[in-house]
Design a protein around this ligand. Structure first.
Ligand code: URA
Length: 188
């Protein structure tokens, strides 16, 4: 199965109630052979309307963050923990995350990235470890199932609290260094 076939299989998913209220599935975007995956939490209003992750205000900031380390969407693969928008942008429920995460796990298997960056606490607690503390542990690498994973603050958190931006810049520079050490194709 390739990533498009997986997306087609996901299109009809009604494994949790979010499948009934979404406008569009937000499966993922970018290079299906990317060495770096970025994983957010779940679609917001704009993402739900457009069917693409990180296209609202937080997405604009994410693009700027990528540009700081000379990357853009075409060089990475971006997805979310849940593929359908939680109503009123609330956090996804345990039931929703549990019902959805197998799609992400299959995406990760197909893309087979060297590095994963979790955007925010919800992604980090789902992928790195359940008790991940974003304020203490952002910017640190963890080895999970043979993949190096790091979490940084969610761009929406950086919009709400710009005082976190300098720390995130340091984390992005750490990411850039590790990409240069471990990824052959990303900066080609
Ligand atoms: N926030 C997320 O976590 N994911 C998106 O796709 C958009 C906003």
């Amino acid at each position: 199965m390739d990533i498009n076939e997986l997306k087609n299989a996901c299109e009809g998913c009604k494994d949790c109630p979010l499948g009934l209220t979404r406008t569009n599935l937000v499966f993922g975007v970018g290079d299906p052979n990317a060495e770096l995956m970025l994983i957010g939490e779940g679609p917001g209003e704009q993402e739900d309307l457009q069917g693409e992750p990180f296209v609202g205000a937080a997405g604009k900031l994410l693009d700027d963050m990528l540009e700081m380390i000379y990357l853009d969407r075409s060089k990475v693969y971006i997805a979310n923990i849940v593929k359908c928008r939680p109503p009123h942008n609330r956090d996804p429920l345990e039931l929703e995350k549990n019902a959805c995460i197998h799609w992400l796990r299959e995406q990760i298997k197909l893309v087979s990235p060297k590095l994963i960056v979790c955007l925010g606490r919800i992604s980090a607690t789902a992928l790195i470890k359940e008790d991940f503390k974003i304020t203490r542990e952002h910017g640190q690498w963890f080895e999970v199932g043979g993949i190096k994973m790091m979490a940084i603050y969610h761009p929406a958190a950086l919009l709400r609290d710009p005082s976190k931006r300098p720390e995130t810049f340091v984390d992005l520079k750490t990411l850039q260094r590790t990409i240069k050490e471990t990824c052959l194709n990303t900066y080609r």
